[in-house]
Design a protein around this ligand. Structure first.
Ligand SMILES: CCCC/C=C\CC(=O)SCCNC(=O)CCNC(=O)[C@H](O)C(C)(C)COP(=O)(O)OP(=O)(O)OC[C@H]1O[C@@H](n2cnc3c(N)ncnc32)[C@H](O)[C@@H]1OP(=O)(O)O
Length: 359
């Protein structure tokens, strides 16, 4: 039986519930099939050469030629059904599932033995921070600041700690256009960073693999950073036409001195875990083979200390910097808003999306 309009509508809703991001190529295919199924052959003028996202969409739709609408509908429904079954059968690690806090789509949040663990859970995207993930981390930190755990840990699922800002965040441009997108994104970035500045208890990063961009800069706001010797630390802002964020323009020069900070933040020098440790960004490096065991043994012992005094000590160490950090965050967010709209930044993102560039 051919897919009906109702089947198409159901499939569209199913896409929103996919647990795994299907990737840009599949998304383009879905877009093209949907347009063909609902509007017939491509009827849009070809977008200009610099309008890369709309051009990619146009090309995907146009490539379907005169494919009949019913066939496009059927192909869309079949494609979504294959994505749904592979997403259901994918077995990502979900440690501590019995202590898991419900309601997060991009994180696994667990509380056990006095530790709230916030695990970035988009391993197939190297834990890139999507808009949803930014929002969920803000919520998870808020909840962790009020729960009865002594310490809070941020870590990544899979082989990466985090590949930084999800470069596809830029693709869902609102009606207000790219300016509104830049404003919304940088407001979210500012609120996200503020939730780290304000976090009231010891915050520990368990850096299980490579870290990129904002995942690195934020480390200056953590109280302890443990890294696997497989981890690397890379802030390729200039390559992306972007400027430093996460308060790194202030914390990095303080931690490692202005010239080392410049090598990282301006020239994009990638550090190994041992180099990052020598420069004070990382507290201690562990061999990857024993990383999880050693780190969790140590953290479980730390979490047995009286929780009130842990909070108070953190605040004594950090509070006098808070006001300064907030003002740095506001300034950095405003500068990056301009960078976001720059040709340099747009070209870098488009090159990544069209698979011409990788770090
Ligand atoms: C308002 C502005 C806010 C700005 C805030 C912050 C700034 C930053 O964080 S800048 C840093 C941004 N991050 C990057 O530039 C990293 C881009 N990714 C890469 O260069 C590579 O993917 C990486 C070196 C991280 C890993 O390489 P590989 O090990 O070869 O893996 P793959 O490239 O095959 O990755 C698998 C899959 O994940 C997708 N991916 C990875 N990182 C990102 C990302 N940051 N954004 C979007 N998508 C990402 C990658 O494209 C692959 O997808 P598929 O090809 O569809 O499988």
């Amino acid at each position: 039986m051919r897919a009906s309009l109702k089947d198409l509508e159901n499939a569209v809703n199913q896409v929103k519930l996919l647990k795994k991001d299907p990737g840009n190529e599949v998304k383009l295919k879905l877009y093209a099939l949907y347009k063909q199924a609902t509007e017939g052959p491509c009827n849009m003028p070809k977008p200009g050469v610099f309008d890369l996202i709309n051009k990619a969409k146009w090309e995907a739709w146009n490539a379907l030629g005169s494919l009949p609408e019913e066939t496009a509908r059927q192909n869309y429904v079949d494609l979504v059904s294959s994505l749904s079954s592979s997403s259901e059968s994918s077995s990502q690690v979900k440690p501590g599932a019995d202590k898991e806090h419900a309601g997060y789509g991009t994180l696994v949040v667990t509380s056990e033995d006095g530790i709230t663990k916030i695990m970035l859970n988009r391993p197939t995207r190297k834990n890139a921070i999507s808009t949803q993930m930014y929002q969920e981390i803000i919520l998870a930190l808020k909840a962790a600041s009020q729960d009865d755990s002594a310490i809070t840990v941020l870590t990544g699922n899979g082989d990466f700690y985090c590949s930084g800002n999800d470069l596809t965040n830029v693709t869902d441009t609102p009606l207000g256009g790219i300016e509104e997108k830049a404003k919304n994104s940088t407001n979210l970035l500012r609120d996200f960073v503020a939730s780290f500045i304000d976090f009231p208890k010891p915050l520990i990063a368990v850096v299980n693999g490579p870290a990129v961009g904002i995942a690195v800069t934020l480390l200056g706001l953590f109280d302890i950073v443990y890294a696997s010797d497989r981890a690397t630390f890379h802030t390729p802002f200039s390559h992306l036409g972007l400027s430093p964020e996460g308060c790194s323009s202030y914390t990095f020069p303080k931690i490692m001195g202005p010239t080392k900070a410049t090598e990282m933040l301006t020239f994009g020098k990638k550090l190994t875990a041992r180099e990052a440790c020598a420069q004070g960004l990382v507290t201690e490096v562990f061999p990857d083979a024993t990383f999880q065991k050693e780190v969790w043994t140590r953290l479980t012992a730390y979490a047995k200390l009286p929780s009130n005094v842990l909070r108070i000590s953190k605040q004594v160490i950090r509070n006098r910097e808070k006001e300064k950090l907030h003002s740095v965050n506001v300034e950095e967010s405003s500068i990056i808003q301009g960078r976001f709209l720059s040709e340099e930044s747009m070209n870098a993102v488009m090159n990544f999306l069209s698979k011409r560039a990788k770090l």
